[in-house]
Write a protein that binds this ligand. Structure first.
Ligand SMILES: CC(C)(COP(=O)(O)OP(=O)(O)OC[C@H]1O[C@@H](n2cnc3c(N)ncnc32)[C@H](O)[C@@H]1OP(=O)(O)O)[C@@H](O)C(=O)NCCC(=O)NCCS
Length: 151
């Protein structure tokens, strides 16, 4: 398996993987248009030419970014796919000189294993004021905010 930048031909597969979990309320859905527009933010896990996972790094400020759109293909049995994608996103963040990455997630134990710490939503004001205020879950959010300090 290799982790590589997402390409235009991957858009359909990435949208399909995310839609699977979005239908279970585990992730927010992403349209083809939104995915194509944000493609440079995304990495994919590629196993023999098949995309089996994806994840992106969305910049919030000069030194903070969110890990988002992280998912592995339903039914994929390749263990370590999610952590390989997150590790590559962390390396990307370090090479961009970011000081912090964060995630909002329903899988906090997975991120804990990657070294992330739980914080309060109010500790991520840039996320709250940019996205959360417009989210239907605002005020009743079940996602856990998690941060990894890169310094
Ligand atoms: C969360 C997800 C990306 C993890 O990917 P994965 O390929 O299954 O994870 P890995 O195989 O790299 O697992 C690394 C470790 O985390 C653990 N882990 C994986 N998913 C976990 C979860 N949901 N809860 C708790 N622990 C989890 C694994 O057991 C493994 O532990 P180990 O090292 O002790 O064996 C994947 O399960 C997924 O797509 N989930 C649905 C979508 C989702 O919730 N995305 C996160 C949105 S922010």
């Amino acid at each position: 398996m290799k982790i590589r930048p997402a390409e235009h031909d991957d858009v359909h597969t990435i949208v399909r993987i995310i839609a699977h979990y979005a239908s279970q309320g585990l992730m927010l859905p992403r349209s083809h248009g939104a995915m194509a527009a944000n493609l440079p933010h995304y990495l994919v896990a590629d196993l023999d030419g098949q995309v089996i996972g994806c994840g992106g790094l969305e910049p919030y400020s000069a030194d903070v970014a969110e890990i988002y759109g992280l998912a592995t293909a339903p039914g994929s049995s390749a263990r370590g796919t999610g952590s390989a994608i997150v590790q590559a996103l962390i390396e990307k963040a370090r090479s961009d000189n970011l000081s912090k990455v964060f995630a909002l997630t329903l899988a906090p134990r997975f991120f804990e294993k990657m070294g992330f710490k739980t914080v309060e939503h109010k500790d991520l004001p840039m996320k709250v004021w940019r996205d959360c205020v417009a989210c239907p879950k605002y005020g009743n959010c079940d996602e856990i905010a998690m941060v990894l300090d890169l310094n």
